[in-house]
Design a protein around this ligand. Structure first.
Ligand SMILES: NC(=O)C1=CN([C@@H]2O[C@H](COP(=O)(O)OP(=O)(O)OC[C@H]3O[C@@H](n4cnc5c(N)ncnc54)[C@H](O)[C@@H]3O)[C@@H](O)[C@H]2O)C=CC1
Ligand SMILES: CC(C)[C@@H](O)CC[C@@H](C)[C@H]1CC[C@H]2[C@@H]3[C@H](O)CC4=CC(=O)CC[C@]4(C)[C@H]3CC[C@]12C
Length: 369
């Protein structure tokens, strides 16, 4: 579409716009939403890279704010046509308290919904998570499941519980009258494990491997498969949903969609090696030496250490009882609901996603942990 002033009339707000996914959503909007007049980037921690975005035709407004503060959210939402709500506390490592996780992920989402209702913003896209579904506390596998697959979604950990509560709030808000008398249209996207440029956990694995002499130790059998999705395709799905939500409100309103692409089903560790292997690391199979019961013991000791050290320092290793359980439970998605409902097709092929991620990890090498 031609870039002309009269086409540029929409105001978007991206909460968490400086996060791993949020930054990709911000950049994708600037590249793929020709109607954009103003892009508001709302985050607790603003990134310096935002400055470089202010030279283009779109007004980029950086807003340092906290989603737990209703008045800050309302001020940021007022006048926006679309809100893409990615802000959240993604913590499965015990860094934040359950109360804080709830405050950000649930109360923060309530604040976004109420701000839309009070100010008259009609379209809300929420970044939910596969974790809303599973793996559940019983360790049941979710094998090539879709949005309609029956599954006992029971959780205890604060993170999946908070994401499930927030998603439910967003879906229940669909159809509420907003200021001005029109209806709120909401939907929730459920990414599986996101990877790509900026993924902190991938960076942590890479630095761990460098510290261990170029080796990473396999903890999980290769047979335990996970779905993973490239961050660029997750960002693209967010943008496409936001663009289609008005025209297809009756079909898409109140719906959930898994985020998916052509990334192969592999164990979490084997998938990471698609990027870490070409960067010089190798995965050593130590499961004969370290049986699963010993891994459980180590994970439990990590949790105990974290609790004992908390008054002195934050000890938050990758291995804890929850991460081990999730890593050790198959969770794969096979669906085309997003394509059927709003014509989604991945923007990045598996080969392109892999190449981009490898290049990023190689660039990380120069950045000390
Ligand atoms: N990383 C993953 O594999 C997956 C992530 N998700 C969801 O995607 C969303 C984004 O996740 P990531 O980009 O991975 O995490 P991230 O931690 O990189 O980004 C989250 C952003 O939210 C901001 N934020 C946190 N608390 C805030 C508050 N109180 N007020 C305002 N901003 C706040 C952070 O500063 C950060 O920039 C989250 O909602 C997460 O639950 C869903 C599935 C998978
Ligand atoms: C130490 C080993 C057992 C190692 O294999 C642990 C890997 C572990 C850190 C990851 C395995 C599965 C990941 C989670 C999964 O991708 C689902 C997620 C969805 C989200 O919404 C946020 C991230 C995460 C919880 C993700 C976190 C890292 C893992 C637990």
């Amino acid at each position: 579409m031609a870039d002309s002033a009269e086409t540029r009339k929409l105001v978007y707000l991206v909460t968490g716009g400086c996060g791993f996914l949020g930054e990709h959503v911000v950049r994708m909007l600037l590249q793929r939403e020709p109607r954009l007049y103003e892009l508001r980037v709302f985050d607790l921690h603003l990134g310096p890279w935002l400055e470089e975005l202010k030279t283009g035709p779109v007004q980029v407004t950086a807003i340092q704010g906290d989603v737990t503060q209703a008045h800050e959210v309302a001020a940021a939402v007022a006048g926006a046509h679309v809100v893409i709500h990615t802000a959240g506390l993604v913590d499965v490592f015990g860094r934040a308290s359950p109360e804080t996780i709830y405050e950000v992920n649930v109360q923060g989402t309530k604040n976004v919904i109420e701000a839309c209702v009070q100010t008259g913003t009609r379209f809300l896209v929420y970044t939910s998570s596969m974790e809303v579904v599973g793996p559940n506390i019983k360790g049941h596998p979710f094998y090539r499941g879709n949005e309609d697959t029956p599954y006992e979604a029971i959780h205890r950990h604060p993170y999946p519980c908070s994401k499930a509560q927030a998603e439910r709030l967003v879906l229940e808000a669909n159809g509420r009258k907003v200021h001005g008398g029109l209806s709120l249209v909401t939907c929730a996207l459920r990414p599986t494990g996101i990877y790509g440029e900026g993924h902190q956990i991938m960076r942590d694995f890479y630095h761990q491997g460098l510290r261990l002499g170029g080796r990473l130790f396999r903890a999980i059998p290769a047979s335990v498969e996970h779905s993973r999705v490239y961050v660029g395709n997750v960002a693209w799905m967010h943008v496409l949903v936001a663009q289609e939500l008005e025209q297809r409100a009756a079909l898409m309103g109140g719906q959930v969609y898994f985020c998916y692409d052509e990334s192969p089903y592999k164990s979490y560790e084997d998938f990471n090696m698609e990027f870490l292997g070409p960067c010089g690391l190798r995965l050593v199979d130590t499961r004969l030496l370290v049986p699963y019961w010993l891994l459980m013991l180590l994970a439990t000791l990590n949790a105990l250490l974290q609790w004992l050290l908390r008054p002195l320092l934050l000890y938050a290793p990758l291995l804890n009882p929850y991460t081990l359980a999730v890593a050790n439970t198959t969770f794969t998605v096979s669906t085309d609901k997003a394509q059927r409902h709003f014509g989604y097709k991945p923007l990045f092929s598996w080969e392109d996603s892999r190449t981009r991620t490898i290049r990023w990890v190689q660039a990380v090498e120069g950045s000390a942990p």
